[in-house]
Design a protein. Sequence first.
Length: 178
Amino acid sequence: MSFLSFVMMHVGIAQDNFDTEESSITVLGTSNVHDWESVVDLNQVKLEFTLNDSIPPLLGTLSLTIPVESIKSGKSLMDKKTYKALQSDRHPNIIYKVNIFEYQLGKAKATDGKLTVAGKTKNLPVTSKYNGDSNDVVLSGSVGFKMSDFDIAPPKAMMGAVKCGDGVTIKYKVKIKF
C-alpha cells in the first residue's frame, strides 16, 4: 500500500452536531418497587467523530460527552438522587470514547470503547447495528453494566425502603448527518 493510499484511508472529519430529532439515548433500570427510565436531553450532548474515506462511510473514532444533568426521568426527586449518585458536582460529564471500530455484516463493534462515569473509566466494548450511506450514519443498540463497576452506590429513597438495582441498560440510536 502506498503512503498516499494510507493517508487517504485515514482522512476524517470532526463534528460536534448530530441529528437530535432522530436520535435517542435512554437509561433503563430496576428497583424493588418498579422499573424506571430516564432520557438524555440530546441538545446538551457533544458528539465528535472521524470518518474513514470509504464507501459506505465507516466511523474511525467517536467521542460522546453527556452532561450528567441532561439525564431526566420526569421526576425531580429521582433526578436529584441520580445526579448525587453520579457525583455531578465533581464529575459533570459521562464520556464514551472509541478509537477502533470493527465492521461485519451491518454491525460495528467498538472493541476499545471506554466509558467514564463518576470519574471512573472502564472498558466497555459495544456492538451496534450500523447503517451508513452517503448522507448519514446510524448506530443503534443497547449495552448493560453495573453501577458498582464504577464505584457508584445504587440510589435509595424513602429512608432505604426503595432501592435501585445495580444493573442499568443504555438503549441508543445515534444518527450522524454529513
